[in-house]
Design a protein around this ligand. Structure first.
Ligand code: SAH
Length: 507
């Protein structure tokens, strides 16, 4: 689609003039940033010193057993308790629980663990996962679902308590059936001490693989397929890749499931292109799992912790799956960004669009648009949508998704959202509604400054990191906006994470 915002010569001249004017302000910002940097360096050094002293004190406790009472949970879901003035972060300990704990070496590092519970919390439930506290994925597996939701509500309320205004924080939207919700699934393959093939997950913060095939949040079909791959590896003598020796072939299995369409994509991630017996391997895999609609080989020759490689070979089917979301079709390849919980994504997007209160004359900007989902869903309710996304593949997927849904009033740009919106502000482009969904790091001051120049009637800010969202909201409050509604959505049951949608309007 054509770039409506590409600069003409005249526009370039005007924008250069503005840039020299802005230099003055930039200089001021620079010295402010420098002072700020000095302050934060001094703070970081002070913090590192305190951490080191605390760590030394903690090391001296090695081998000791003592009683603690948990005060609250930290951001990682560990219980905070105090002993001899030291703040301890203890896995599997809930607020108000009393326990005997022991400080000793666990998996190579000194850690503190519960050895006996004196008093347990009423919010505790029996943990259904053997890898709880090992893989580090589900920090809230030991908490009843109702209490997980309550805690997430309290977390949001706490984060918003300093944000002025008269707005509603609605109760979090939870799930009825909160197990096996993920549509994107992956497992790593390796060999154990006895030489048997194992498939599972890395121990938290390590590259040590633990065998586990029944993950509670991964899709059930995906778990089964991963088990079958292990069996077929034996049959076809496919050796798992070893990161140290760099020998072996299969690194990961990645499975994407269309929760509505039931289509299934399997990516066999290999360390090299040569895959002996792959035709028969694929034939057998399909025979055992007729639900698989496409299989690809993803070649990952890197030494990074990325799962998928950059070379792909389609072994069966189209190389992508199609799923529906809020009534539209989306083609999703292995590498496409797609929200991991499609059931909750429908709630999230519906809320975002309801909050936007779109009119048929509205020009909408969908910033950080991924494969175009929110903007495309909004497009039937407004005049036009401008979508901006940095990732080239996601941008291409977005254009394809517009085509397959016959949507013609959405314009896509492959650019940095900040640079793009700065340009829009310079050109004084008319904007009615901004939908923004930045990554965990949040947006930038320059982006928000340009928003304040463009003055959209409404801003709907979606975020998976409330910390950075609140930081950005403070900026928007200073820039003349007010918060009207806050709606948390539980996209990640059993984990500490929380998605949040906020509506802002001009004051
Ligand atoms: N709105 C989409 C994607 C949200 S995730 C959805 O709901 O599916 C955040 C997206 O921001 C990712 O697709 C990421 O590639 C993109 N992104 C990250 N930094 C960016 C930047 N500086 N400019 C534009 N897009 C960016």
């Amino acid at each position: 689609m054509e770039n409506k915002y590409s600069k003409s010569k005249e526009q370039n001249r005007r924008s250069n003039e503005r840039k020299s004017y802005n230099k003055f302000n930039d200089n001021k910002t620079q010295s402010f940033k420098k002072n700020n940097q000095k302050r934060s360096d001094a703070y970081a050094m002070e913090k590192a010193k305190t951490n080191r002293l605390e760590f030394e004190k903690f090391q001296k406790l090695e081998g000791k057993t003592f009683k603690v009472t948990c005060k609250e949970l930290d951001e990682a879901g560990k219980g905070i308790a105090f002993y001899q003035g030291l703040q301890l972060h203890i896995p599997n300990l809930l607020p108000n629980e009393e326990a005997d704990v022991k400080v000793e070496k666990y998996r190579g590092k000194i850690d503190v663990r519960v050895i006996h519970y004196e008093k347990t919390s009423p919010i505790r439930v029996k943990c259904r996962c053997d890898l709880f506290n090992i893989c580090g994925g589900c920090q809230y597996q030991h908490i009843s679902y109702a209490d997980q939701l309550r805690m997430k509500n309290e977390y949001i309320a706490n984060k918003f308590k300093d944000l002025r205004g008269n707005y509603a924080i609605y109760p979090i939207i939870g799930m009825d059936d909160f197990d096996h919700y993920r549509c994107k699934n992956q497992m790593v393959y390796g060999v154990n001490k006895n030489g048997s093939i194992i498939a599972g997950f890395y121990e938290e913060d390590t590259h040590k693989i633990v065998n586990y095939e029944d993950c509670m949040i991964q899709d059930l079909t995906a778990n089964k397929i991963m088990k079958t791959v292990k069996k077929l590896m034996l049959k076809y003598n496919i050796i798992p890749f070893n990161e140290d020796s760099e020998l072996g072939l299969l690194r990961h299995v990645f499975v994407r499931v269309g929760k509505h369409s039931k289509e299934v994509l399997v990516a066999l991630v290999t360390a090299s292109e040569i895959f002996p017996g792959r035709k028969d391997f694929v034939k057998d895999l399909r025979k055992e799992h007729p639900e698989i609609t496409t299989i690809i080989q993803s070649v990952n020759e890197t030494t990074t912790s990325m799962v998928l490689g950059d070379k792909e070979r389609v072994l069966y089917g189209d190389g992508y799956i199609t799923d529906t979301l809020c009534g539209l079709k989306f083609q999703i390849s292995a590498t496409s960004f797609y929200q991991v919980n499609p059931i909750q994504t429908e709630h999230l997007y519906s809320k975002a669009i309801e909050f936007a209160g779109l009119k048929s004359t509205d020009v909408v900007l969908d910033a950080y648009s991924g494969i175009g989902t929110i903007g495309l869903i909004a497009s039937s309710r407004c005049k036009e949508v401008i979508s901006v996304e940095l990732n080239k593949q996601a941008f291409k997927d977005a254009i394809r998704n517009a085509k397959i849904n016959g949507i013609k009033n959405t314009y896509f740009y492959n650019a940095d959202a900040t640079e793009f919106i700065k340009e829009m502000a310079e050109e004084k482009t008319h904007l009615d509604v901004l939908l923004m969904d930045p990554p965990r790091s949040g947006s930038t001051e320059e982006f928000l400054y340009s928003v304040s120049k463009l003055q959209p009637r409404k801003i709907v800010y979606i975020s998976c990191n409330v910390e950075t969202q609140v930081r950005d909201l403070k900026y928007l409050l200073r820039a003349g906006y007010q918060i009207k509604k806050v709606q948390p959505v539980d996209m990640f049951p059993s984990t500490k994470h929380c998605e949040n949608v906020v509506l802002l309007e001009k004051r």
